[in-house]
Structure formats: structure tokens, C-alpha cells
Design a protein around this ligand. Structure first.
Ligand code: COA
Length: 436
């Protein structure tokens, strides 16, 4: 059978496609903006009809409706989150789902060894003349899952950009095809306030010409980009990137000319932004997505010189231990690629790691620099891995410094309203007077 015949043969509606999910199956849903929302929504809508029981939904960043975590769906589904978001964290807090800690780089291995996917739900571009579809904006664990899942159900969506890289699947490897056009999930650009701008400016002072950047999600990474307009020949090897990067490529700031690997190309494992980003990435040979076990492998990251990783966190204690994923015991996100990139950047020749955050949370009522991590908080990045910590009040440099010097520098970049308490802790802990 030619691929065109296979394509015609495998087309079905979303409702028919999800009839192949069986009770007890583990269903892996494609990551972030690569989610085939019409298929996940159909799976939830048909849960009674197909009488699903004990279906495990493995997902990372949920950008769709995550209807499978609704209380009334508990009799059909149980969510196993590898990273939580606004739609799923409540379900985990209420005991209607679970969280599995994992470095993003190791998710494909986890799927191969412990979390075998019975079904993968993905969204892909239209096939090219040879029958290959691109995974578009989400290669990450989606492509590895497609290689090992018993059944692959994919929405072939004309709106999914054809993003290059190691990011393709052949029609013959898709079991059920839902050929439907729908908008790709978008992430609106964040609002950048004065605090974020100041943090961005401080971070930019640590980025030199020729650096290869990893940028996390959110207002801080976007704020940094505002202050990089005078830099030269920056590169991108990042877990993800967003619209802000396109602006710097078009301004000639990001050229990828100084990269030791993938020279001339922006490399990531997923994209998250608006149509502007997706249009830019479409059929653009200078943008490559590869699976997360390659892009986030610290030994791959280190092959570029001058890697600068920029991530954010929930709180930092006076020793430099970083929690980025929970508020006390309450899980609010996940490890993601933070530790992968901190380790890779540390090993890169001339590399730097930056942990950036506003000095306070909850409208200034909570200091994010604390004597002790909140009871129950997870240590996401250890004190031996953390180096630069940046707030709107300045830059602390921890690596190679004693616990006493770390604490002194961290207090210097804390919000002034909380300094007295931190200084009292410093003086009692180190039995000396604090000197700014
Ligand atoms: N104590 C109590 N609550 C806190 C807090 C603290 N120290 N710090 C943050 N919060 C609360 C905020 O008030 C906010 O609550 P809300 O959702 O009710 O408004 C919530 O936690 C999220 O904080 P916010 O500052 O809005 O988060 P962000 O969008 O800047 O993301 C992280 C910050 C740490 C959650 C995010 O960077 C993350 O998940 N990191 C881990 C993964 C990672 O680094 N991946 C990197 C590659 S993409």
C-alpha cells in the first residue's frame, strides 16, 4: 500500500479514534502546545460511552483543557503528571492524581523502561510528498513515545507548522488519523513589569557576545531578551523558546555563528508562543527540534562553549539550595529541564548558570530568599549546582564561596523589608556581625 492509501485507510473521527483506548491503558498526551486538544477533549467526552476504567493519563505541561482531571472523571482517569500546571495542580493537591519527579531529559527513558505508553495522542503537520509529517512545535518526549507506543493516534492538522530537525513521523507509523484543522495552542506573551525589567537588565550584564542561551518560560526570560539587543552573535540551544527569540533573530543579534554544534541553527525540544513564532519556525531550516533526551542531555549541552542557562525558582535558602517546583509540600510545577541545563552549562567551557527571580512573592508579603526552605519543599537544584542568583536588587555569585559568604551575598539581593530577619539568622548561624 502506498502511503497515500494508508493515509486514506486510517482516517477516522476523533470519537472513533479514542474508541481504541482500553480500560487499564496508559495514555501519553503530547506535550505543551503540541497537544491534540480535539482528541483529548473527545477522549474525555466519550469516557462514559466507552466505559473507560483506570486509564492513566501521563502528561507534562498541560496547555489544553485537561478535562481528565475533573472530579467527575475520577472513575475513568487518573492523571500522572510529570510537570504540573494551572489546570492540573489542584487535582494533585486534592489527591485525584499523582506527580512523578523526573528530569526532562530522562522522560523518554522512563517511557521506555517504566511507563510504557499503550496509546500516544499527538498532533502533527500534513504529510510531505514522501508521507512524512512533522511533530511541529513538540518533539520532546512525543517523538520517542511514538516510537514505543502500542497505538499512535494523531491529529493531522494543516495548521501545525512543519518544523525541521529530528522531528518527523511517517504516515505508516500512525495507526489512527484524525484529519482536522484547528488552531495550535498558543501562549500569550507575558506582561513584563518594572521588577522583571530590572532582573532582565541584571541578567543581561552576565551574558557576553557569542554566548549560547537556554531560556526558561515566562516574564523573566522575555525581559532578558529586551536587554540583549546590543549583544553580538548569540546562539540558542534551549529546551524551548518563545516569540522574543524571533525578534532578536530578525534584529541580527541571534546568529548561532559561534556554536560548536548545530552551527547556524536554533535548537530546542519544543516551542511555545504565538502564531508569530510558529510561522517563523514553519519550514525554516535554521530552526531544529530534536527529542528531549538529546537536546537536554548535559553532555550534549556542554558541547557548545559559553552556554548560559537562565531559569527561575520559587525560593532559595541562605545556603543556595533552590526549590523551583513546590510551595512547601504543594507541588506547583516540576523539575523540567532546569537541572539538565544547569549541569550542561556548568560543564560548558566558559558556561554560566543563572537562577533569577523577583525578591518577593504574593504582592511583596513573602521573601523568596529564606533562612530555610519551606517545610516540605523539594530541592530542585542543589547548593553545589547553583551559581549566580539574580533578583531586581542585584547579583549573588555562590559557586566556590563558603556558606557564610553565600548567605552574605544572598541577603544583599533580598527585599529590604526582609533583611533584618535574614541578618538575625546570619549572625546567629555564623556567630559574627553581618557586613553588607
Ligand atoms: N512562596 C509562596 N508562593 C510562591 C513563592 C514563594 N516563595 N514563589 C512563587 N509563589 C507562587 C506565586 O505567588 C504564584 O502563585 P499564583 O499561581 O497563585 O499566582 C505561583 O507560585 C507561581 O509563581 P510565579 O512567580 O507566577 O511563577 P513563574 O511563572 O515565574 O514560574 C516557576 C516560576 C519557578 C514556577 C517556574 O520557573 C518553574 O516551574 N520552574 C521549574 C522548571 C524549570 O525551570 N524549567 C526550565 C526550563 S523551561
Amino acid at each position: 500500500m502506498s502511503w497515500k492509501e494508508q493515509y486514506a485507510d486510517r482516517i477516522c473521527t476523533a470519537e472513533e479514534a479514542v474508541s481504541h483506548i482500553k480500560s487499564g491503558d496508559r495514555v501519553v498526551v503530547a506535550h505543551a502546545c503540541g497537544e491534540p486538544v480535539i482528541i483529548t477533549d473527545a477522549m474525555v467526552a466519550c469516557a462514559d460511552k466507552y466505559d473507560y476504567k483506570d486509564v492513566e493519563i501521563v502528561h507534562m505541561v498541560p496547555m489544553g483543557h485537561a478535562g481528565y482531571v475533573a472530579p467527575e472523571q475520577s472513575k475513568h482517569f487518573r492523571h500522572n503528571g510529570l510537570f504540573l500546571g494551572g489546570t492540573t495542580k489542584g487535582a494533585i493537591a486534592d489527591g485525584r492524581g499523582d506527580f512523578t519527579p523526573v528530569f526532562f531529559s530522562q522522560v523518554p527513558d522512563l517511557l521506555r523502561t517504566k511507563l510504557h505508553p499503550n496509546v500516544l495522542l499527538a498532533c502533527v503537520s500534513e504529510p510531505d510528498e514522501h508521507g512524512y509529517c512533522s511533530f511541529g512545535v513538540s518533539c520532546d518526549y512525543t517523538k520517542p513515545a511514538a516510537e514505543i507506543a502500542d497505538i499512535v493516534i494523531a491529529q493531522v492538522n494543516p495548521k501545525m507548522p512543519r518544523v525541521h530537525g529530528d522531528n518527523f513521523i511517517h504516515i505508516s507509523d500512525i495507526d489512527y488519523i484524525v484529519a482536522e484543522e484547528s488552531d495550535i495552542v498558543e501562549l500569550a506573551p507575558p506582561k513584563i513589569g518594572e521588577v522583571q525589567r530590572k532582573i532582565g537588565e541584571n541578567i543581561a550584564s552576565l551574558v557576553h557576545d557569542g554566548a549560547c542561551l537556554q531560556l526558561g518560560i515566562g516574564a523573566i526570560p522575555d525581559a532578558v531578551l529586551l536587554f540583549l539587543k546590543d549583544k553580538k552573535d548569540l546562539g540558542i540551544h534551549s529546551e524551548m523558546f518563545s516569540d522574543g527569540v524571533v525578534e532578536l533573530i530578525e534584529a541580527g543579534v541571534i546568529t548561532n555563528k559561534c556554536k560548536q554544534i548545530d552551527n547556524g541553527k536554533c535548537v530546542a525540544t519544543f516551542l511555545m508562543g504565538t502564531k508569530r513564532l510558529y510561522d517563523y519556525a514553519n519550514d525554516n531550516p535554521s530552526v531544529e527540534l530534536k527529542s528531549v533526551d538529546i537536546v537536554n542531555d548535559p553532555y550534549v549541552i556542554r558541547q557548545n562553549d559559553n552556554v548560559v542557562s537562565i531559569n527561575s525558582c520559587v525560593e532559595v535558602d541562605l545556603m543556595g539550595q533552590v526549590c523551583s517546583e513546590s510551595v512547601g509540600l504543594q507541588q506547583i510545577s516540576g523539575v523540567g529541564g532546569q537541572v539538565d541545563f544547569v549541569r550542561g552549562a556548568t560543564m560548558s567551557k566558559g558556561g554560566r548558570t543563572i537562577m533569577a527571580m523577583p525578591s518577593t512573592a504574593a504582592k511583596g508579603t513573602i521573601s523568596k530568599i529564606v533562612p530555610f526552605l519551606t517545610h516540605g519543599a523539594a530541592v530542585t537544584t542543589s547548593r553545589c549546582d547553583v551559581d549566580y542568583v539574580v533578583t531586581e536588587h542585584g547579583i549573588a555569585q555562590l559557586k566556590g564561596n563558603t556558606l557564610r559568604e553565600r548567605a552574605r551575598q544572598l541577603i544583599a539581593i533580598a527585599d529590604p523589608a526582609f533583611k533584618d530577619g535574614l541578618i538575625a539568622e546570619y549572625e546567629s548561624r555564623f556567630k559574627c556581625t553581618y557586613e553588607a
